[in-house]
Design a protein around this ligand. Structure first.
Ligand code: WQD
Length: 339
């Protein structure tokens, strides 16, 4: 199938383009390169051995999206393109609402006008807020988002849900990611955070590379085994494969359909357990200190992923150690560090 991948040059998008190709599909990228690099396109080519067609376009440009859907005979869309920095969204909510909401609405309108019926949406576990218990299932009530970024994810889920409830003849899915980490084992593609990383793993790898002086662990007084937060760290390649499985599930539907799936490992690890895994598998000592809690951090969250296993026939295959090894290999490649 010909699949339009918005944000296909980004971290999760580029890994999904590789897995779509590996599964025999034809991915076509639309990306405005606002928060991604064209080097990712070369990385994808180095992995799959061929160029992936791309359009340097903004998916808020409905006419452009419609033209691409028509000319590329698009069967469906996987929608990654969005601003995703939680902290920045608090500082500049209008930028986040304008981009993340308008892009999704534009895609739905273009799909309607072009008769494209299938869409997989990149949602987030952030819609659960601070859950009362973990693991969270898809029936766990969403909580008010703790950031405008999280709010855009919840609102876009509602766009899809309400479109189907209104009778749109589409097949739509929201995938609620947990914490994507790692990189492609080839070290040809990976995460390229701009500026000081807010996420844990890129901060760890940049500390190990000597770019950051030390990592601060945000709080060790939480009611967990070692006092640090618990998260569900999922390897980005496993996450990419979930999108292929989701798309293939949609292809089996011949009537209006909307559903939501948790996409995680189904296990929780603490921040210190992740650091220990990073040090062990890469045989190095990380320079970190224990510091104060970060405001807004959820104490613990990890996913019950049995629904995806049952209905999408998908589950993770990689371990936390795989993620830490692949993340470090990628950082070393980007920084030109030998060994
Ligand atoms: C993870 C843990 C921090 C940095 C983010 C997005 C969310 C979703 C998942 C996409 C926390 C701790 C971090 C550091 C630390 N993404 N930490 N020192 O906040 O769980 O969620 O990824 O949908 O929307 O916000 O990820 O990597 O920032 O933090 O101790 O320097 O690592 O306290 O416990 P988070 P994160």
């Amino acid at each position: 199938m010909n699949i339009l991948v918005t944000g296909g040059a980004g971290f999760i998008g580029s890994h999904t383009v590789v897995e779509l190709h590996n599964a025999g599909h034809t991915p076509i990228i639309i990306d405005n390169f606002d928060n991604s690099e064209k080097t990712a396109l070369q990385g994808i080519k180095n992995i799959i051995g061929k160029d992936v067609k791309y359009y340097e376009e903004d998916c808020r440009n409905q006419a452009a999206v419609e033209e691409i859907m028509k000319s590329e005979n698009i069967d469906g869309v996987i929608h990654f393109a969005a601003h995703k920095a939680v902290g920045e969204s608090v500082q500049n909510p209008i930028k986040y609402y304008e981009n993340n909401l308008i892009s999704t609405l534009t895609l739905l309108k273009a799909m309607r006008s072009q008769g494209v019926k299938n869409l997989v949406f990149s949602s987030s576990c952030t819609v659960y807020g601070e859950p009362d218990t973990s693991p969270v299932t898809e029936e766990t009530p969403r909580k008010p988002a703790t950031s405008p970024y999280g709010n855009t994810k919840a609102m876009c889920e509602d766009f899809l849900r309400d479109a189907i409830a209104s009778g749109e003849d589409m097949r739509l899915l929201s995938l609620r990611y947990f914490n994507p980490v790692g990189a492609h084992p080839s070290a040809e593609i990976g995460e390229l955070p701009t500026g000081v990383p807010s996420n844990l793993v890129p901060f760890i790898t940049q500390t190990a590379a000597g770019i950051r002086e030390k990592l601060t662990v945000f709080g060790n007084d939480y009611p967990t085994a070692d006092g640090t937060n618990i998260r569900d760290f999922i390897h980005v390649v496993d996450l990419a494969k979930a999108h292929v499985a989701a798309f293939e599930l949609l292809a089996t539907k011949n009537e209006a359909y909307y559903d939501v799936f948790n996409v995680g490992t189904g296990e929780g690890n603490t921040v210190l357990q992740l650091i220990t895994a990073f040090e062990k598998v890469n045989n190095l000592k990380l320079n970190y200190e224990l510091g104060p809690r970060r405001p807004g951090d959820v104490e613990q969250i990890y996913g019950d992923v049995s629904k995806a296993a049952k209905l999408m026939n998908w589950k993770t295959e990689k371990t936390l150690e795989d993620s830490m090894q692949d993340a470090w290999r990628w950082e070393k490649k980007v920084r030109g560090i030998e060994g």
